[in-house]
Design a protein around this ligand. Structure first.
Ligand SMILES: NC(=O)c1ccc[n+]([C@@H]2O[C@H](COP(=O)([O-])OP(=O)(O)OC[C@H]3O[C@@H](n4cnc5c(N)ncnc54)[C@H](OP(=O)(O)O)[C@@H]3O)[C@@H](O)[C@H]2O)c1
Length: 330
């Protein structure tokens, strides 16, 4: 049986307890920063700005960026597009992230304040609706992040001062993200590359988020591109070379999709959209036409038995990204 997708581009869902309402797709902007080492290609500034303008005119109302995408170039390009559009449209939610100092790695409370100031300047805003603590796993232990003088205390103070409306945490290791969610400080958790057709390691985090009323935002439904473009065009998964097992599974899944007349990208995107524990799915794009393509992919009917087949082709947990930086299982 073929089921028409139930999720529509103009739907709005509550973003956890924030009172904000967001679309099921969030426009991801790391490819816009022209990070060719990650994505394999350059993105000129005018194309990046045109992509943001297309997003602002789309049925989606949620954009994701960070202080450090392309050393700030994603935020600068978004800021130029916002200026051209006359500001952030009403009902739009722009999320960015505080980052460690790119030179020293400092991720203290002081650095958080500087990171925020940089972001406000580049974006041309005086307040941020949703600010994530970004990738703490590369710089800090959980205890260091939560300690006095550390980044989380600074984020809470900035929220009390009103310059940040809501807080989130964004990062990889599932075990660490669960610790942050358990603090009750964050309204949103952004996980990436860990709830896709080929990696399900975020399962326990999805459950925690739902139990605590925290919004789960699922980044990188294409694993950084391989699930949309195929392993020949994009041989990396989650920004590092894909294992032979994972690339093989992606090839089999493509064959299964194409054999039923379904775009592999539609299956990868809808895998995330159809999961009720996911509030919004962050899709990275770097050209204006991708915005309309997402809408089309959301509407592609997918036969029920294709989901069962894709499940049967999914690699086992040995291929998942569930290793923490200490080399232990999440
Ligand atoms: N720690 C964090 O906070 C974190 C980590 C990872 C991701 N994120 C967020 O999540 C977003 C998504 O992650 P991501 O961009 O790395 O990965 P992704 O969404 O899985 O994949 C993005 C790639 O897919 C390609 N693509 C998009 N639509 C396509 C289509 N219809 N057909 C073929 N290819 C398509 C894009 O290519 P084009 O460039 O050619 O459009 C881009 O190379 C990021 O942009 C970022 O905002 C956050």
């Amino acid at each position: 049986m073929t089921v028409q997708p139930a999720v529509q581009p103009a739907d709005r869902r509550p973003l956890g307890r924030t009172g904000l309402r967001v679309s099921p797709v969030c426009v991801g902007t790391s490819p816009l920063a022209s990070m060719s080492a990650l994505y394999g290609y350059e993105v000129p500034a005018d194309r990046a700005e045109a992509t943001i303008l297309a997003a602002l005119r789309s049925p989606f109302n949620f954009i994701d960026t960070s202080n450090n995408y392309g050393s700030g170039s994603a935020e600068t390009r978004i800021g130029r597009a916002l200026a051209a559009a006359g500001g952030l449209p009403a009902e739009f939610v722009l999320a960015t992230k505080v980052d460690a100092d790119p030179v020293t790695g400092d991720f203290s409370g002081e650095r958080v304040r500087r990171s925020l100031d940089e972001s406000l300047g580049r974006l041309g805003l005086d307040r941020i609706q949703l600010m994530y603590l970004h990738d703490p796993e590369y710089h800090l232990t959980f205890g260091e992040a939560m300690a006095p003088g550390g980044p989380v205390r600074a984020l809470i103070e900035l929220r009390e001062q009103g310059v940040l409306a809501h807080l989130g945490v964004a990062g990889g290791p599932v075990r660490l993200m669960r610790e942050f969610v358990a603090t009750g400080v964050f309204d949103v958790v952004l996980s990436h590359n860990r709830f896709t057709l080929v990696d399900r390691s975020a399962g326990p985090l999805l459950d925690d988020a739902r139990e605590r009323g925290v919004a789960f935002v699922n980044g990188a439904p294409y694993g950084g591109g391989i699930l949309a473009k195929g392993p020949d065009a994009q041989p990396k998964y989650a920004y590092r070379p894909a294992s032979a097992a994972l690339a093989g599974a992606v090839r089999e899944m493509r064959r299964a999709c194409l054999g039923r007349g379904v775009s592999p990208a539609a299956a990868a995107l809808q895998f995330s959209l159809r999961e009720p524990r996911v509030t919004s799915t962050v899709v990275g794009v770097s050209e204006p036409g991708r915005i309309a393509e997402i809408t089309a992919l959301m509407g592609e009917p997918i036969p029920d038995d294709l989901w069962a087949e894709l499940d049967s082709l999914a690699p086992g947990s040995g291929s998942w990204l569930n290793l923490s930086r200490e080399g232990q299982r999440d």
